[in-house]
Design a protein around this ligand. Structure first.
Ligand SMILES: [Zn+2]
Length: 283
C-alpha cells in the first residue's frame, strides 16, 4: 500500500502593502499622490500631504480643534428634530441613512457648532462635515446654522463657518432648499449686529451652500485646490454645450476672478482668521 501523496500546501502570498487593511495599520494614503502616512502624523500636518500639498478632508471635530485657541472650545448642543417630508427611499429609507451617518461620524447633523476664541477674539464656529451625508444642507442642519448665527449676534461673537458640502439634501426636496433662505436670514442677523462673518470654503463646496451662506461672508477664504461651484462642470457643459476652462471651479481660478478673497493654506488658517478678526471685530 502506497501512501497517498499529500497535495502541496497552498502558499499564501507574502503580505504586501496592498494586503494590509488601512485601519489596522493606522495609515492613510494621500488621495492625490498615494503617498502613505501614519494617521497621527497626517493629522498633525492638518491632513495636508507633505509630498504634493494636497489638502485632504477634515472631519468637523478635527476642524474645530485646528482653528480654535487651545482650551477655548465649548461645543454647543442645538437640538433639532428630524424631518422626512417626502418619506424618501433610494434603496434605504432616509431615517436609516441618517442613523448610519450619525453612527459613522458621531455627529447629530452635518454641522458641528462651538463657542471658542481665535486669536483671543470670541467666535461662534460652525463647521460642516462632508462625511455626514456629503455635508448636505437639510432642515436640521440649516436650523442649527441659523440658530448658531442668532447666538453669535446675542453673545457678541464673530461668526466663522467652514463650509464643505455637496449642496442641498435631496432627500428633503424643497424643504432643504428653503434652508438657503433660513441660513441667509441667520447671516443677516450677524451683519445687523455689526459683527463680522468669515467663511472658509473647503473641498468640495457646491450647490445651495455655495449659493447661500458660504458666499455671503464679509471675507471668503478658500483652501488650496478646493473645488467650489454651484453645479458640477459636466452638468454645466451639457446645459451650455460649451467647453469650460481648465480648473474653472478651483479655488485659485475663483480667486483670479474675484469670487473668493484669498486662498490660504490650512496651516495658516488660524493665524489668518485671527488677523481678520482683530481687524473686523468692534472694539
Ligand atoms: Zn500627496
Amino acid at each position: 500500500m502506497t501512501a497517498r501523496r499529500q497535495p502541496p500546501a497552498r502558499r499564501l502570498p507574502a503580505p504586501g502593502p496592498q494586503l494590509r487593511p488601512l485601519v489596522s495599520t493606522g495609515t492613510v494614503s494621500c488621495p492625490a499622490c498615494s503617498r502613505r502616512y501614519v494617521v497621527e502624523r497626517y493629522a498633525a500636518a492638518f491632513n495636508v500631504c507633505a509630498g504634493c500639498g494636497h489638502h485632504g478632508a477634515v472631519p468637523a471635530r478635527q476642524r474645530i480643534t485646528q482653528l480654535a485657541d487651545h482650551g477655548s472650545l465649548e461645543l454647543m448642543r442645538i437640538e433639532v428634530g428630524d424631518r422626512d417630508p417626502l418619506r424618501f427611499d433610494d434603496g434605504a429609507p432616509y431615517p436609516q441613512r441618517l442613523a448610519r451617518a450619525r453612527e459613522r461620524t458621531g455627529l447629530s447633523e452635518a454641522f458641528l457648532v462651538a463657542r471658542a476664541s481665535i486669536g483671543q477674539a470670541p467666535v461662534l464656529l460652525a463647521c460642516m462635515d462632508f462625511g455626514f451625508l456629503g455635508g448636505s444642507l437639510g432642515s436640521a442642519a440649516g436650523e442649527i446654522f441659523a440658530q448658531a448665527c442668532e447666538a453669535a449676534a446675542v453673545e457678541r461673537r464673530a461668526l466663522v463657518a467652514v463650509c464643505t458640502s455637496g449642496g442641498a439634501r435631496m432627500q428633503e426636496g424643497i424643504a432643504s432648499l428653503a434652508q438657503m433662505a433660513r441660513c441667509s436670514a441667520g447671516v443677516a442677523a450677524v451683519g445687523q449686529a455689526r459683527l463680522p462673518y468669515l467663511s472658509v470654503l473647503g473641498d468640495p463646496c457646491f450647490g445651495g451652500v455655495t449659493a447661500s451662506f458660504a458666499a455671503q461672508a464679509d471675507v471668503i477664504l478658500a483652501e488650496p485646490g478646493a473645488r467650489i461651484g454651484f453645479a458640477g462642470g459636466r452638468v454645466i457643459e451639457q446645459a451650455t454645450h460649451d467647453r469650460l476652462p481648465e480648473g474653472f471651479q478651483r479655488a485659485e481660478f475663483l480667486l483670479a476672478h474675484g469670487m473668493v478673497d484669498a486662498v490660504v493654506a490650512r496651516r495658516h488658517l488660524p493665524r489668518t482668521l485671527a488677523t481678520l478678526l482683530h481687524m473686523y471685530m468692534p472694539a
